[in-house]
Design a protein around this ligand. Structure first.
Ligand SMILES: NC(=O)c1ccc[n+]([C@@H]2O[C@H](COP(=O)([O-])OP(=O)(O)OC[C@H]3O[C@@H](n4cnc5c(N)ncnc54)[C@H](OP(=O)(O)O)[C@@H]3O)[C@@H](O)[C@H]2O)c1
Length: 286
């Protein structure tokens, strides 16, 4: 059985991935308690002990607003620590799979265009900047996949879908941003992409890895309520209007639309976002 070192195994993505991979691989899952990725020696020792075929990093500092105020911590976890992991992967001749984000782009691309992997990143948030440093460090491993995902939700974590469902319990109407475009992505879809990457081993590099199709937060929320049978009214607001209502919020990219052509050329076809959402809500609302 091939061996996997799965870092961040108690996160929203990591938790589900661990459960799925354990059916096919010998998985060692680590958490911040058992392996702090900022501790270089500990990362190198753990990897040597396991000698894994794959190292997968699902650990990150994911609080986008928190990254603005705790830049040093964000930079250490999302940026610098990734070099520890890529060095460990290289030392053991492991394939390194690292998860990144649409936030590496500035989001200023015209709405009739979508981002391909070869486009120049230009992050506008601290989270995006530190994740880009992480990408540069991940690419130092000889055998690496950087999977950029977006708008991630899953059963095992705090996420937008759960927040909207909770808000619908005591709100007759909600204001939701209608001019930011992207692809909601279920952890289940991302897990399947990771598993296929492991099996198919396409050319090393960066792969945009989200559900198929594009929408806005406003349309996404309407779809969540439609499937969940909620009567809460959703009002569209622009990013500028939202910022006036929530001055402390971090600016988000307006265009987060990632092309999946490269992934599809590798024979990996992600589910449509609406189908993934239906599957998720079936479980979430049980
Ligand atoms: N969530 C999204 O919408 C989204 C969008 C695009 C990309 N991504 C990327 O997708 C990946 C998975 O995200 P997720 O939502 O599953 O994240 P998550 O639920 O926040 O999980 C991240 C995990 O990393 C752990 N961690 C933090 N600092 C660590 C350290 N120094 N050493 C070891 N572990 C540490 C966290 O532990 P604690 O909880 O104890 O801090 C947590 O268990 C991340 O790379 C993220 O950047 C997420």
């Amino acid at each position: 059985m091939k061996k996997v070192l799965l870092i961040g195994a108690d996160g929203m993505l990591g938790g589900e991935l661990k459960e799925r991979l354990e059916k096919k691989y010998e998985v060692t899952g680590t958490t911040i308690e058992t392996l702090d990725i900022t501790d270089r020696q500990a990362v190198l020792i753990k990897a040597k002990e396991i000698n894994p075929d794959y190292v997968i990093n699902c650990a990150a500092y994911t609080n986008v607003d928190g990254c603005e105020v705790n830049y040093d911590l964000a930079n250490t976890v999302n940026g610098l620590a990734v070099e520890n992991i890529s060095a460990a992967a290289k030392e053991n001749d492991s394939i390194f799979i690292h998860i990144s984000t649409d936030y590496v782009f500035d989001g200023k691309l015209d709405i009739d265009k979508i981002y391909t992997e070869d486009m120049e990143p230009g992050p506008i948030s601290a989270y995006g900047k530190t994740k880009l440093i992480g990408e540069e460090n991940a690419a130092k491993a000889e055998k690496y996949y950087i999977l950029r995902t977006a708008w991630l939700y899953g059963l095992g974590g705090k996420n937008f879908v759960k927040t909207m469902l909770k808000l619908s319990e005591n709100h007759d109407s909600l204001n939701v941003v209608c001019d930011q475009h992207g692809s909601p992505t279920s952890t289940t879809t991302l897990c399947k992409i990771i598993e296929e990457i492991m099996e198919k081993q396409p050319e090393y590099g960066v792969y945009h890895s989200t559900n198929e199709g594009f929408t806005t937060w406003y349309e996404f929320t309407k779809k969540i309520f439609e499937i969940a049978g909620k009567s809460t009214v959703v009002n569209p607001v622009t990013s500028e209007e939202y910022k006036v209502l929530n001055p402390a919020s971090t600016d988000r990219p307006k265009n987060s639309m990632l092309s999946k052509e490269k992934l599809k050329s590798a024979g990996i076809i992600p589910a449509k976002w609406e189908d993934a959402l239906k599957d998720y809500l079936k479980e979430e609302l049980k």
